[in-house]
Design a protein around this ligand. Structure first.
Ligand code: BES
Ligand code: MN
Ligand code: MN
Length: 456
């Protein structure tokens, strides 16, 4: 066993307790009332990086929530790894569906349960503990820079400008991120692509006020009925998206690559039973793995309007709303797709309603090469730690900043995540396996060692 793994084994309980302390801080970025807690989480990260031996620590103010920076430059001749992660979390709602309070972490059946356990506090903290393990055993093989942000869950709006303004400070050879999932603990995988995102909010207005649904019903359009029809028309009978030009720039994946991709051992029966569904659903002509990675989507995330309180009120509402997300794949552009959606939605609006579309945050898709030294270093590290070569797989989620690392810093990103889809990220009872937490802390130093060696 390496001295680094040995150090991990001697400090397991403390490593877990520290993560529990971090998870107790409700650092919800989207809700202003949590700003004090978000800042407390930033201070926590900064002090842990300092204790582990990082230099030049800083809480970098942006226009919004701060970025924590720290570094250890041991030898300018060695390669530099830029570690990115986020300490902000999604809101815990709906609270009543949690089996234990979201910010009172519980360890049960080898899982740590709390909001942020996997996304991304648990996974980000693995990097700080791996760094500590390397520092305390004198085995750090690369220079390292940490950039841990507090606005990932709200679109990272201030991180792009921060990177653009700090190119020299952030200069590195590769970006290393653990904020994605593996196929399973038995079948480790490395994410080699992420989808982009366009997110819009639509408002449909009918009459200028809520009306009696008996007096006016049947004679005046109901905006909720209209919105429902409009939404239904956004996909066709093959579950393809009907927005004009939506597929124009979608990169075609070769048959060879598709065949390779579908070799990944996804147990579809287990997939269905985990989710309590009797059948999967999606674009005609594609498998579940493909639908959730190489194909774009359009989903309603929320829909509201009219009377929703207990009991019944006979009302023909004035307005109806929905939040709609589109997941994008190479080479779609978030701005272009948003524009196409706005045009389409306005065009399909019938004359008896008015529509407004408000764009929210977006992000570009990303693909990371699998023929780089850094990928090889990650693949070997996982093979050493798991005893099995990881499968390269495209992920369905989005990390908007990854495309900007390439654009602004010219850097490729390695998405070496240790989560599982069963971690319930963004959902009640989010969890992270203790196995995964410790395996991550064991694997990360192997990446540094391999990357240094392969860079020689
Ligand atoms: N860590 C996730 C993204 C992720 C999860 C990618 C699992 C691949 C597998 C990240 O924190 C996230 O939730 N991103 C958001 C986008 C953001 C703009 C709100 C997403 O994908 O919805
Ligand atoms: Mn995340
Ligand atoms: Mn997230």
């Amino acid at each position: 066993m390496s001295v680094t793994t040995n150090y991990l084994n001697q400090n397991k309980d403390r490593f877990l307790n520290e993560l529990v302390d971090l998870l107790r801080i409700p650092s919800v970025s989207t809700d202003k009332s949590f700003e004090g807690d978000v800042r407390r989480a930033a201070e926590f990260i900064k002090s842990k990086l300092e204790e582990a031996g990082a230099d030049n620590l800083e809480i970098c103010e942006t226009g919004g929530l701060p970025i924590v920076y720290g570094e250890k430059i041991i030898d300018p001749a060695l390669p530099t790894v830029l570690v990115y992660g986020h300490y902000d979390v999604q809101p815990a709602d709906p609270l009543e569906l949690w089996d234990s309070p979201p910010f009172e972490p519980q360890v049960k059946d080898d899982l740590i349960i709390a909001r942020g356990a996997s996304d991304d506090k648990g996974q980000m903290y693995m990097h700080i503990k791996a760094f500590e393990s390397m520092m305390k055993t004198d085995t750090l093989a690369c220079n390292v820079k940490f950039m841990i942000e507090g606005e990932e869950e709200i679109g990272s709006d201030n991180l792009g400008p921060f990177i653009a303004a700090n190119k020299e400070k952030l200069a590195a050879d590769v970006v290393l991120v653990s904020d994605t999932a593996m196929l399973s603990n038995e079948n480790p995988s490395i994410t080699m692509g992420l989808r982009g995102l366009s997110y819009v909010e639509v408002e449909v207005t009918g009459p200028n006020r809520d009306l009696h649904s008996g007096i006016y019903g049947g004679a005046v359009a109901n905006p909720i009925n209209v919105l429902s029809k409009m939404i239904a028309s956004l996909t066709d009978e093959d579950n393809r998206i009907t927005v004009e030009g939506f597929y124009d720039n979608v990169a075609t994946i070769s048959d060879a690559e598709r065949t390779e991709m579908n070799k990944a051992p996804l147990d579809e029966e287990k997939y269905k039973s985990d989710l309590g569904i009797d059948a999967v659903h999606g674009e005609k002509g594609y498998t579940t793995l493909e639908r959730a990675s190489i194909r774009p989507t359009l989903d309603v995330n929320g829909i509201w309007g009219g009377y929703t309180a207990p009991g019944a009120k006979t009302v023909l509402p004035s307005k109806a709303y929905a939040k709609i997300s589109m997941r994008l794949v190479p080479n779609q552009s978030s701005e272009e797709i948003t524009e196409k959606f706005v045009k389409h939605f306005e065009r399909i609006a019938p004359p008896y309603v008015k529509v407004k579309v408000k764009p929210h945050h977006g992000g570009e898709p990303a693909v990371t090469p699998t023929d780089s030294i850094a990928y090889q270093a990650a693949s070997q590290a996982m093979e050493e730690a798991f005893g099995k070569k990881p499968i390269p797989m495209r992920g369905g989620g989005s990390i908007p900043i990854v495309a900007l690392f390439e654009e602004l810093l010219g850097l490729k990103t390695i998405l070496m995540g240790f989560g599982l889809d069963s971690n319930k990220i963004h959902s009640p009872n989010e969890n992270f396996g203790l196995f995964n937490y410790y395996k991550g802390i064991e694997t990360i130093p192997l990446f540094y060692k391999n990357f240094a060696e392969l860079s020689k």
